[in-house]
Design a protein around this ligand. Sequence first.
Ligand code: GLY
Length: 316
Amino acid sequence: MTTTPVIVGSERSEVGLPDGMALLRQGAGALDAVEAALRRCEDNEADHYVGTGGLPNARGEVELDASVMLGSSRAFGAVGGVRGFPNPISIARAVLERLPQHCLLVGEGAELFAEECGFERADLLTAEAKRLYVEALDAADESVEGEDTRATPGDRRYRETTRALMRRFAPHDGPWGTINVVALDETGELCVGVSTSGYPWKYPGRVGDSAVPGAGNYCDVRYGGAACTGRGEMAMRVTGARRIVDLLAEGADPAQACREMLADARSLPDPFAAELRALALTPDGRHGGASGQLGSVYAVMTAAGDGVEILPRQVA
Ligand code: GLY
């Protein structure tokens, strides 16, 4: 018996979902579909939260995290803090497929592995992303009276500046955040992929939930796949994606499972506790999403449908 393919994604995944669905319609696997969809998003320079054009860390360097997980084997591949490679989702896939007994590579090791795999290097900091960074840095400079806020990494002033920059990263108008894609192929395989440049102006070396199994990404073909967007530390603290899949296993529907996980995150004493969103897809093609904030959506394409449908996430 064949399954009807479905692909879902977070805000701005609609740029890549048609590529993923085109492959699913040809009978390709969920992993190929997720990778193709996310590569398209990573190459979209207008998107400042993923791949080329992503906003940089506090030192002005673009550092990317990505992961991919397969529902049948629960095999997981991820990279964190990768610089100079435009498609971290493909490096994450290579970790999954080519490095037995490895799930996650970070920093220099991930870059060495990418080079050995033959991935091309590129400059990821676009002129527009650099302009936004310089603007934010200048604003933070003004907020600290009379002192040089661009001191060397690691000292107190540097940390204070980083915190000031982080506070300035409030969700702006329009869709923001990490991109998640979850696909179900005609064989019934499920795959979840996540890709991000992380918080703008994050502390160098900071790796978020997107690279961490169970936090930003989890997939079990028996129950479903789930992924998170937003404040990654919240997703890590509640192991958000794994929690959603556990709730699916207990019989919750996808939106309800996302809402319950977000309610748990929101109960934590943290000013950013509501800045988390989630989505889920079950092996029988049901999907849903939720957000701690109003106005959030997710994108869906089915093999039978015409195009990308944008659906509201429930508010948790
Ligand atoms: N959710 C992505 C991040 O926090 O980096």
